[in-house]
Design a protein around this ligand. Structure first.
Ligand code: 9Z3
Length: 333
């Protein structure tokens, strides 16, 4: 017997792999930004960014736009329910501190109420901030146990504040994020190669367009089901690279949960958008290891056991390497 009935006919199997969604074209940009309304405060933010850029054209500092935290996708206009994701903004807030320490001015485009540079050390922790304080002779004082570290953080914070090197710009929804990102980018183009984009925010891939957004809270359904029909968010990284800030250096992050596809997805993004660097990370190990992916190289950065034990932050290793690449981007262009 020369045949095997148990052998699957893989040739005739349906190909269920999904083709990658293409980068946004100018027409996709036009359609998205005309069909969805800008946030009402956008011009105020644009003025703040213009002023910030003016200060740093004078100071001669390089400016990095760090995006941070997750975006929400509202399911109702008077929003009771929305889709969200896990990101607390740790990567973004921590990276922003190391950029500041390395002489950059930082526009921190972040999800409102997510972690912020410097205050992150005392917010969102399992320890209440009041645990850092004690009562001494009827007055509040910092517990001496924590005061050395707090003094170091306080000095860095004041340094960033006094040198006007940190601008905090919030968003909540994916639509607010996209409008604000476009404004920031086109304004930062003025800084040419001295502008750096470090796109660490976890931006939703799907959204509900305004034209289909119910005005009020969705009511219980007679069918016993709620079917949510979302659309793909256009991949605006292509517009950022090609048109919004073509002279800036652009670093994007690629998040996966399956280590078998991380590198290929990161390379796919580089080929598609033609930007300079993708930093890949896995949800499960993102605080201990990341991989710098360029078209011809993969460079893993890992905290050693010793470094992890001492609670070193991986961003302390990531940022100098990104800056090295920014140096050569500026020199080459
Ligand atoms: C990242 O991969 C960030 O490193 C994390 C940081 C979101 C994992 P945390 O806030 O997490 O520190 O807890 N950001 C990019 C995620 C993303 O959505 N990337 C897009 C993608 O993977 C491309 S721009 O398709």
């Amino acid at each position: 017997m020369n045949y095997h009935t148990s052998k699957p006919e893989t040739e005739s199997a349906i190909d269920r792999s999904i083709p990658d969604f293409p980068g946004a074209e100018p027409i996709d940009e036009k359609n998205y930004f005309s069909a969805n309304k800008p946030p009402p405060y956008l011009s105020e933010i644009e003025d703040q960014i213009k002023d910030f850029i003016e200060v740093h054209v004078k100071s001669g500092k390089r400016v990095v736009l760090v995006t941070s935290g997750g975006t929400t996708v509202p399911l109702e206009n008077n929003t009771v329910r929305f889709i969200d994701n896990f990101s607390a903004g740790t990567r973004g807030a921590t990276s922003a501190e190391y950029f500041l320490e390395n002489g950059y001015a930082v526009i921190f485009l972040h999800r409102e109420f997510s972690l912020l540079p410097y205050s992150r050390h005392y917010s969102h922790t399992t320890n209440c901030f009041l645990d850092y304080m004690i009562e001494e002779n009827g007055k509040v004082e910092i517990n001496p146990q924590f005061s050395d570290k707090m003094l170091t953080v306080l000095r860095k914070y004041n340094n960033a504040k006094n040198s006007k090197s940190l601008l905090l710009i919030p968003f909540t929804t994916v639509n607010q994020y996209l409008f604000t990102l476009r404004s920031c980018s086109t304004l930062l183009e003025k800084l040419s190669t001295k502008a750096l984009f470090y796109l660490a925010a976890a931006v939703s891939d799907f959204f509900l367009p305004m034209s289909r957004l119910p005005q009020h809270k969705i009511q219980s359904q007679a069918t016993g089901k709620l079917v949510v029909d979302l659309e793909q968010v256009p991949k605006f990284l292509s517009r950022l690279v090609d048109d919004w800030a073509p002279r800036a250096m652009i670093v994007s992050f690629k998040l996966e949960t399956d280590d078998n596809i991380l590198i290929s997805k990161a390379k796919g993004a580089l080929e598609k958008y033609q930007h300079q660097l993708v930093i890949g990370n896995l949800l499960q190990t993102r605080k201990r290891e990341v991989v710098f992916v360029t078209l011809d190289n993969e460079d893993w950065i890992r905290l050693s056991d010793d470094q992890a034990e001492k609670a070193m932050e991986i961003e302390e290793l990531i940022i100098p390497k990104v800056i090295e690449q920014h140096d050569s981007w500026i020199n080459r262009n």
